[in-house]
Design a protein around this ligand. Structure first.
Ligand code: SF4
Ligand code: SF4
Length: 352
């Protein structure tokens, strides 16, 4: 890894202006009492000390709605559309960095998703170390996501009071300082201060799951026939909000939108939700996940087991967004802990 940089906070606005000359810069902004990721014009637009953003920064890699191809209906032209906008995404929390790492694995498994790859290639990720937990619904420490995964960021920023300690993740991250003279190479005392800042933070990050993250895939497998899925279904509104705000949900629908002239069309993909009753409706009218209980089970199985089986990473990063968004208070903390409690109460099988 390249030596880290020190950026005095007094030089931070100038660096943002410098980046704006070459990139669209987006980051966390305050809006109506919430935090949303959006384009920034100056450093003043940024809210770096934020609790969880409503929608995760994954929207820059997997947009809510994206045109995949444009075509003429007579078949003479078909053009694939790819993102080409050079963008810097600023201030990504560590849990969202883990989510991006998971999306990288998912979208490159088997056939690489070229549209995701184009977004990834044109998007520079700057992480921001959380020094306090986002709120009572976040459980990043329990999920092992309260520290930044090196493979997901280009730069990673740690607030050290009067200046920022900036870890270099990639060459293109380091290149963001090329031609900017307000930054310095970190020295040994800077590394010592940074290590002190990181070790101090843990007292502010409680464990909120009773079960260890490594046991979650087996817990889910053993809970497949649990009565708890029906108990969740009895209150679930099937609104789909939990999946819309989740940084690791990526299920999509694809539709063709044909112009009123019937001469040109677009193929568009947009976010979908496994909690919506029509999600698993297939040709012939069969719905293979018709009940809310089946859909709730699928959601948690997918987070806790299926994505782990596919990638080696548990599919929940503990951000807590789904819990905040859910009107009936269905939360991963309560669900995982309740499944664990029931598992612990089961009598041990006695071998014959
Ligand atoms: S399931 Fe909930 S807590 Fe887990 S990553 Fe998704 S939104 Fe965050
Ligand atoms: S947000 Fe809550 S009520 Fe809505 S689908 Fe998800 S679990 Fe059900």
């Amino acid at each position: 890894m390249q030596p880290a940089k020190i950026l005095p906070k007094s030089a931070f606005p100038g660096w943002i202006d410098f980046l704006k000359r070459s990139y669209t810069v987006v980051g966390p902004k305050a809006m109506h009492g919430q935090t949303v990721f959006g384009e920034i014009e100056t450093a003043d637009d940024l809210t770096l000390e934020y609790n969880q953003s409503v929608i995760p920064p994954k929207k820059y890699l997997v947009p809510q709605r994206e045109v995949l191809i444009e075509y003429k209906l007579d078949g003479t032209e078909v053009e694939a559309k790819f993102n080409e906008e050079a963008t810097v995404v600023f201030g990504v929390h560590t849990c969202d960095l883990h989510a991006i790492k998971l999306l990288d694995l998912i979208f490159s498994k088997g056939f690489t998703d070229q549209h995701y790859a184009a977004h990834r290639d044109n998007t520079i990720i700057i992480g921001y170390e959380c020094l306090t937990t986002c709120g009572p619904e976040s459980f990043c420490r329990s999920m092992g996501t309260a520290s930044a995964p090196e493979s997901a960021y280009d730069l990673h920023i740690i607030d050290m009071g009067s200046d920022y300690f900036i870890q270099i993740g990639t060459e293109r991250g380091e290149a963001l300082f090329t031609g900017y003279d307000g930054v310095f190479t970190a020295t040994e005392p800077d590394y010592a201060r940074m290590n002190g800042t990181l070790s101090d933070k843990w007292q502010r990050f409680p464990y909120r799951l009773d079960v260890d993250v490594t046991e979650i895939p087996d817990l889910l497998a053993e809970s497949y026939h649990s009565d708890h899925w029906q108990e969740l279904a009895d209150i679930c509104l099937a609104c789909g909000m939990c999946t819309q705000v989740c940084p690791t949900c990526y299920c999509f629908d694809i539709r063709d939108e044909v112009d009123v002239t019937l001469s040109v069309g677009k193929r568009v993909r947009s976010w979908d939700s496994c909690q919506i009753d029509s999600f698993a409706l297939v040709a012939g009218g069969h719905n293979f996940r018709e009940t809310r209980a089946a859909r709730q089970r699928h959601r948690f199985m997918r987070k806790g087991k299926y994505q782990f089986d596919a990638t080696g990473m548990v599919g929940c990063v503990g951000c807590g967004r789904c819990a905040t968004a859910c009107l009936v208070d269905i939360t991963p903390i309560k669900t995982f802990n309740e499944l664990y409690r029931r598992q612990q109460q089961q009598p041990e099988e006695v071998e014959a």
